[in-house]
Write a protein that binds this ligand. Structure first.
Ligand SMILES: Cc1cc2nc3c(=O)[nH]c(=O)nc-3n(C[C@H](O)[C@H](O)[C@H](O)COP(=O)(O)OP(=O)(O)OC[C@H]3O[C@@H](n4cnc5c(N)ncnc54)[C@H](O)[C@@H]3O)c2cc1C
Ligand code: SF4
Length: 329
């Protein structure tokens, strides 16, 4: 491991000054569960880590009548155990409880979860200089690709692995981002960068910018919601596919719905065509049509065609569960 400096700023301004404006120079250090692994695995070699945990107030959680605000440094456990979050955002809690292990969730932060690097084993191995590391080849496209994307896999087929991103996307969450030029708001849907646009990064953060908090509008509350993922192991593992469904129901019929598919593309995918099928009286035929529609446009690789069946199943299961919860109120 290459040695690095550790900056311990006491304020956001000091942190931004310490970070400088170059990706080569520095990285934000939150829980460290991903960053330190990439440094130890020698796929990253920053000169300086800027510790965010020494900055006060970045971990607060607030649930008011207008919105829910989650500080970027709140841990997965703190969010899942918060009374207001449990009351208003049950699918976020489901997604968190399906993440990693209790020990990792106690340390891993929400900001770090959104900014985690891809799990592609070629990316994580120092001997594979793939496109994401500035090389010319995607080793996964012709290699071992069972856990990779089935959508948008032309340039890089590493999936976006975060459990919390799809449900935050379904909630229409907004990220508050701070840098040397001040603060800006970024809708979560605009946060992710497609590999065809820039394969070296996964999000729009400029050097020296960080997420300070995540805001969820109150309009997302009171819907029936469900997060369903399938993975190989029940703990210490990432999703093979995951579906998030939110439905607003009245008198047994679905008035409105939001559907996000994840672990199958370089970003979580909102699916308006599937949402349209999950409105009105939703029966088993409609659920099956929704599962089929969710697979439209998929281009599976040699080893991951099995994900199509998982997509159909997770969409139907999440929709059934969200509708049943919406009917119970
Ligand atoms: C065994 C294991 C299993 C896992 N399983 C899952 C899983 O099933 N689902 C899942 O979603 N995740 C899973 N994870 C990943 C885990 O969720 C992430 O490692 C964790 O959320 C990262 O958070 P952190 O606070 O430790 O971030 P760090 O490791 O400190 O940082 C991660 C990255 O985010 C950047 N960063 C951190 N905070 C900010 C911020 N506020 N603004 C801008 N950039 C920031 C850092 O610079 C770094 O690039 C797993 C991890 C392990 C080790
Ligand atoms: S999928 Fe992406 S991260 Fe993995 S080898 Fe290909 S370019 Fe690299």
């Amino acid at each position: 491991m290459k040695s690095f400096e550790l900056a311990q700023p006491g304020s956001l301004d000091a942190a931004i000054r310490a970070s400088g404006e170059s990706f080569v120079a520095s990285r934000w250090l939150a829980g460290g569960t991903d960053l330190l692994a990439t440094i130890k695995e020698r796929v990253d070699a920053p000169e300086r880590l800027v510790n965010l945990k020494t900055i006060p107030d970045l971990a607060s959680i607030e649930v008011t009548a207008e919105r829910t605000v989650i500080g970027a440094l709140a841990t997965h456990t703190e969010v899942a155990e918060h009374v207001g979050i449990r009351e208003h955002h049950p699918a976020l809690v489901e997604a968190i409880l399906a993440t990693a292990t209790p020990q990792i969730r106690n340390v891993a932060t929400i900001g770090g979860g959104l900014c985690q690097r891809p799990r592609c084993w070629y990316f994580r191995h120092p001997d594979y200089p793939c496109r994401k590391k500035g090389g010319a080849t995607c080793y996964a496209q012709e290699g071992e690709n069972e856990f990779h994307t089935i959508f948008d896999n032309g340039t890089c087929c590493a999936v976006h692995a975060s459990n919390i991103a799809p449900i935050l996307l379904a909630y229409d969450a907004v990220l508050i981002v701070r840098g040397s030029g001040g603060e800006r708001e970024v809708a979560l849907d605009d946060f992710f960068v497609d590999p065809d646009d820039n394969v070296m990064v996964e999000n729009i953060l400029a050097p020296g910018e960080l997420i300070t908090r995540i805001e969820i509008p109150a309009a997302a509350r009171g819907w029936g919601e469900a997060y369903v993922e399938v993975r190989e192991k029940q703990s210490f593992d990432w999703a093979l596919t995951a579906a998030t469904v939110l439905v607003k129901a009245s008198g047994g019929a679905v008035e409105d719905s939001r559907v996000v598919l994840s672990a199958v593309a370089p970003r979580p995918l909102r699916l308006p065509r599937v949402e349209a099928l999950l409105r009105g009286r939703v029966d088993e035929e409609a659920l099956s049509a929704a599962g089929e529609a969710a697979c439209a446009g998929a281009t599976p690789l040699e080893q991951n065609g099995y994900k199509l069946a998982l997509v159909r199943a997770t969409i139907a299961r999440a929709a059934r569960s969200a509708i049943s919860r919406a009917r119970k109120g």
